[in-house]
Design a protein. Structure first.
Length: 292
């Protein structure tokens, strides 16, 4: 059996740790079967092939949650680069949880997502859901709460471009830069942006969505790790992007607009002029996880 889990854009503008969108490319695939002992093998981008692998962690977590002890043999095709800002650990974590759920006949989404978040805890130190939740549903998702798990899902279907530069930004470092307090004016602005963005997505108004892809909570501080940000943002807007922002904690960036291929080319060329290589993904919002 096999499960495919696509990349995600966490935060999605002003929705720090709350908003997320599932996208089509890149993705991880996990082949799995019941076995007499635990085993994980990896091809593609290198990640651990032992008990530290988050697919294995989340699979074990799901078996504990339902009180059934079995082992899986897994083969992970790792298509999402680690430390990319595209939900790499979230994709593998969800794949492991979904694999165990299929073997055990578990269809409770809350259990699957809870197990997947244990994989995220192993990867980053916190059981956050802003990648695994949109990866599961594929839609634009809003996490109302984690305890208990309450999620709102808004169907979306639009093209976008994600560009991944050849630089690393560890999530732990990006989180370390965030202040304990933010100015009240920034908080008010983010509430306005976030609430308006939800309505714009429901209306399918992509120009408004692009205008609202701003953030006053995390991005102003995280840009210290991205000295190239304003340059590539300007290139995207000049190429016709409705809006531009960082995916997760970066370094991946994304943009929406009419001609996402041309926008992606402009972003990639801006990186190239600064001596930074990049990978361009012309993809689509609205792709959820799939069993085969």
């Amino acid at each position: 059996m096999k499960v495919r889990v696509h990349a995600t854009i966490a935060n999605f503008g002003p929705g720090f740790d709350v908003f997320g969108v599932g996208i089509g490319d890149p993705y991880d695939e996990l082949k799995f079967r019941e076995s007499g002992e635990w085993e994980i093998r990896v091809e593609g981008f290198p990640v651990p092939e032992d008990g530290r692998n988050v697919a294995l962690v989340s699979a074990k977590a799901l078996s504990r949650l339902v009180g059934q002890e079995i082992a899986l043999s897994m083969r992970l095709s790792k298509g999402i680069r680690p430390k990319s800002g595209l939900g790499s650990s979230g994709a593998s974590s969800l794949a492991g949880a979904m694999a165990m759920a299929r073997v055990l006949g578990v269809d409770d989404e809350r259990i699957i997502l809870r197990a997947a978040m244990e994989g995220e805890r192993a990867a980053s130190g916190s059981a956050h859901g802003d990648n695994v939740v949109p990866a599961y549903y594929g839609n634009f998702t809003v996490i109302e709460s984690l305890e208990p798990l309450r999620v709102w899902s808004v169907p979306v279907d639009f093209r976008l471009v994600a560009v991944l530069p050849d630089v690393d930004i560890p999530t732990s470092e990006a989180r370390r830069l965030l202040p304990d307090e933010i100015p009240i004016g920034d908080a008010v602005r983010n509430v306005a942006l976030a609430s308006s963005l939800v309505l714009a997505l429901k209306e399918g108004d992509l120009e408004a969505v692009g205008r609202l892809l701003d953030d006053r909570i995390a991005l102003p501080y995280r840009k210290r790790l991205m000295p190239w940000y304003e340059t590539v943002r300007r290139a995207a807007l000049e190429a016709g992007a409705y809006g531009f922002s960082v995916s997760g904690s970066g370094p991946a960036v994304f943009a929406i607009g009419d001609d996402v291929r041309e926008i992606g080319k402009a972003i990639s060329e801006a990186f190239k002029e600064m001596g930074i290589g990049s990978e361009v993904y012309i993809t689509k919002a609205g792709r959820g996880a799939l069993w085969f």
